[in-house]
Design a protein around this ligand. Structure first.
Ligand code: SIN
Ligand code: CO
Length: 377
């Protein structure tokens, strides 16, 4: 089965009332969550190129056990030496490494694809928890196996008191506003800033976190200015027709405004769009070397003939297709192909033929060779 999620309410209602605003519980709304099994997840935590961590600490309130974090890559011996209770292994960007996991992201098409960051998967034994905290990003917490008890708290911000800890940002105090026990297939959406604390109720507790990306505004500005500076010739300030200065020793507000306007006029919509599309089509993690389990995908989606690799980020624009931060110009008759490819992760032969024609198929073959797509034929 393909991993799937369905909002329990209409997308319009979700976006209007919940997105970035308040948590939503979605019981029995996800399926196809049996891959990867815990052994595959543990295998990823041994890989140099994969970001993983283990958090040890007691989920029980008032416990004296101190919280501790260890960073991967781990060895098999590290994992075998873990205690029986109270730890969680978290593996970041599993969708980039395991294409079959990335297919879950097609269920989130009620938001633009560039807003998606990655899927983190956690594996916990009884009592395992990452502690009371808040995240800066929206997240859908999908219970894949076992049970986890989630407590939710109030909205937090940079002024919310934290426990003294070098690396873990745990809340000093979390007043509980609601509590939910999630079993396989249950989903909890948590917006940025909302306090939450999930404790594993049994061993083999697996939770997928579909995380969203909200770029730092300063990073957006830096990218846009980089793009502008790379392109713009030495245009100088001009002020023909200016009036007499009132105070020649000062920078007048009117001059400051004109100088700023002339500088900002260099940021044209086309330059800004180009810089943003490049930034937003860069994958969080390059896992193109990870092989795709085509057998599994073929069995789950017999009609599909091509799959996008989980490490391929696409963004279509009016002149072509951005693939992992690089723009590929497409002729007019292939614009539809770019839009089709960027809108999903599994592709059917008939639709591909219809959008691609023979030149498009040649292009696709190049992209298959580069590992961006994988044939299921
Ligand atoms: C987890 O999977 O244990 C933690 C996810 C989160 O709280 O954001
Ligand atoms: Co969290």
């Amino acid at each position: 089965m393909l991993p799937r999620f369905r909002l329990p309410i209409s997308a319009a209602e979700f976006l209007r009332d919940y997105w970035q605003r308040q948590p939503l519980l979605a019981p029995a709304s996800a399926s196809g969550l049996d891959v990867p099994d815990p052994n595959v997840l543990a295998g990823l935590a041994l890989e140099e190129s994969v970001e993983s961590r283990i958090i040890l600490g007691a989920g029980e309130a008032n416990s004296e056990t101190p919280w501790a974090v260890r960073h991967g890559p781990f060895t098999e011996a590290d994992l075998q030496a873990l205690p029986d209770r109270n730890w969680t292994l978290l593996v970041q960007s599993v969708d980039h490494c395991l294409t079959e996991v990335s297919l879950m992201l097609d269920s989130f098409d009620f938001l633009p694809g560039w807003r998606l960051e990655d899927i983190m998967i956690s594996y916990a034994v009884t009592g395992g928890s990452v502690g009371p905290h808040f995240d800066q990003y929206d997240v859908f917490l999908i219970q894949a196996a076992g049970h986890r008890r989630w407590q939710l708290g109030p909205h937090c911000d940079a002024t919310t008191p934290l426990q003294p800890h070098d690396t873990l940002r745990l809340l000093a105090d979390m007043p509980v506003t609601s509590e939910h026990l999630l079993g396989p297939g249950d989903v909890l959406y948590v917006p940025p800033g909302v306090a939450h604390w999930g404790v594993a109720e049994d061993d083999d507790c697996v939770t997928w976190s579909v995380g969203f990306r909200a770029p730092r505004r300063a990073d957006l500005l830096a990218r846009i200015t980089d793009e502008v500076l790379a392109e713009v010739p030495e245009a100088l300030f001009t002020d023909a027709g200016r009036g007499l200065p009132e105070a020649p020793g000062t920078l007048s507000p009117a001059d400051a405004q004109t100088l700023t306007q002339q500088a900002l006029a260099l940021i044209t919509p086309a330059r800004a769009e180009c810089a943003l599309a490049q930034l937003l089509s860069e994958p969080r993690h390059n896992g193109l070397d990870f092989e795709v389990d085509t057998g599994h995908i073929r069995a789950a989606a017999p009609a599909a003939s091509l799959v996008r690799h989980g490490s391929t980020r696409l963004l279509a624009d009016s002149t072509g297709l951005w693939i992992n931060g690089e723009h590929h110009a497409l002729p007019e008759d292939l614009q539809g192909l770019g839009t089709y490819l960027a809108s999903r992760r599994l592709y059917e032969q008939d639709a591909l033929k219809e959008h691609a024609g023979s030149t498009g198929l040649e292009l696709l073959n190049e992209w298959i060779e580069q590992g961006f797509f994988v044939s299921l034929e």
